[in-house]
Design a protein around this ligand. Sequence first.
Ligand code: AMP
Length: 184
Amino acid sequence: MRRTIFLGPPGAGKGTQAKLLADFCQIPHIATGDLLRAAVANQTKLGKRAQEYMERGDLVPDNLLLGMVAHRLEEPDAANGWVLDGFPRNVVQAEFLEELLGQINQPSDWVIDLEVPDETVIARTLKRGRADDNEVTIRHRLEVYREQTAPLIEYYSQRNHLVSINGDRPVEEVAAALKQAIIT
Ligand code: AMP
């Protein structure tokens, strides 16, 4: 299980769990949200264009972001595996990823769907206090998730090894369930 894709609504705890899993397996944690926030902070061309979408809670357009993801996955430290967090977020991205991973002969091993109810997501995200974490934007991100990202659960259940994990529990319990899922 060296190549993991994480699905789940924004605020489900994907970032925390993906990081723990990556550290445990000693492979990179690749989060498109982090890459984009770095691009915004550095005011790169991509960052300048992505910023307004991120502030609204909309997805950054695929044509801006796919090159960045391909570039990151082709870096040497990713050859040994990775935990992908926040990508793919729609079917176009999933198809792009499948093709890319096929080309570099590194298909994903499994997809984790972290399940968390909306109320928990909203409460957790409000505590996090990121720039795009006000209630209006959070609710919009949830809508975008339901419309564009949630269909990937069906997409992956037909293709890959999809494992659903209940994310509505303390961090350590979710992490333990994930480790259990790796070895079974
Ligand atoms: P995240 O840190 O994953 O919650 O992402 C923060 C914001 O970055 C999202 O609300 C989107 O605006 C943008 N973003 C992150 N990943 C993607 C992606 N795969 N596709 C489009 N936009 C993304």
